[in-house]
Design a protein around this ligand. Structure first.
Ligand SMILES: Nc1ncnc2c1ncn2[C@@H]1O[C@H](COP(=O)(O)OP(=O)(O)OP(=O)(O)O)[C@@H](O)[C@H]1O
Ligand SMILES: O=P(O)(O)OC[C@H]1O[C@H](OP(=O)(O)OP(=O)(O)O)[C@H](O)[C@@H]1O
Length: 221
């Protein structure tokens, strides 16, 4: 990461990108045409700002690129930030997009009689083993996590485990799969993140972008 290389902004593909797209326009970033072309396989994009390029990666990888300094800035949900807990990442702006919550859920029938305060050990399917273990350890519950990368809601019905920890927004996915939410772990939104070293070594440029994103999200609030 040298001072004359373009700054790199890492963006998540998937649902958040839709909400990020107007924010990019508002802060004055116009990516090259391939960025909005669903047929393009390009992963790194030039922008109208000569000294800024964009990479598009999976949501968890945004945090990894920024933590290791391969990208200077990024946008990630605080579910991802909490799961990794990278000390190299600073998250100065809540963009107020990607609203959801991370929650514990279980089959409806179990939920009717279950008492979470009596748990001492639970087995959980989740994409978030660190968040899950930390959450339960705080009240002395040992959480055994089975790592899944999606479709967590299938796990209880398939006999993998009785409980899951996953993101919930409308609650539709839980409902349609016969599950109920029993506990909220954290409220989630997406944040502008920066690499702490870049904030020091390229302070003027990086803090300029932080200020612009902050201003745009304040105006949108
Ligand atoms: N149902 C939801 N409602 C609102 N925000 C969500 C929802 N699900 C996920 N998010 C937010 O969007 C981010 C990206 O989620 P998305 O589902 O697009 O990616 P993914 O499928 O989890 O990841 P991958 O990039 O590995 O395919 C999450 O980290 C979270 O912050
Ligand atoms: O409460 P809801 O509005 O139904 O949203 C919750 C669902 O959204 C996310 O899944 P996503 O669609 O990203 O699919 P995934 O299982 O591949 O992560 C999350 O993992 C839930 O399954």
């Amino acid at each position: 990461m040298t001072a004359n290389e373009p700054l790199v902004l890492a963006l998540p593909k998937g649902r958040i990108l839709e909400e990020v797209r107007p924010i990019l326009t508002d802060v004055g970033i116009q990516p090259e045409l391939a960025f909005d072309d669903p047929k393009s396989r390009l992963l790194k994009f030039k922008t109208n700002i000569p000294n800024l390029s964009i990479i598009r990666v999976r949501s968890f990888d945004v945090a990894t690129f920024v933590a290791f300094g391969a990208a200077h800035l990024g946008i990630a949900g605080n579910d991802v930030l909490m799961e990794f807990d990278y000390p190299e990442i600073y998250a100065p702006v809540d963009l107020s997009i990607g609203y959801c919550r991370i929650a514990v859920a279980e089959p409806k029938e179990l939920g009717e009689s279950d008492d979470p305060s009596r748990w001492s050990h639970i087995r959980v399917a989740t994409k978030y083993p660190n968040i899950t273990r930390k959450h339960f350890a705080r009240r002395g519950v040992q959480a055994e996590c089975i790592k899944l990368n999606g479709a967590m809601e299938l796990a209880p019905g398939m006999g993998l485990c009785r409980r899951i920890v996953d993101l919930v927004s409308s609650g539709k996915t839980l409902k349609e799969n016969g599950l109920v939410e029993v506990e909220t772990i954290a409220e989630i939104t997406s944040r502008l993140i920066v690499n702490r070293a870049a904030l020091k070594t390229r302070s003027e440029e990086v803090s300029g972008w932080v200020d612009r994103f902050r201003e745009v999200s304040r105006r949108a609030a």
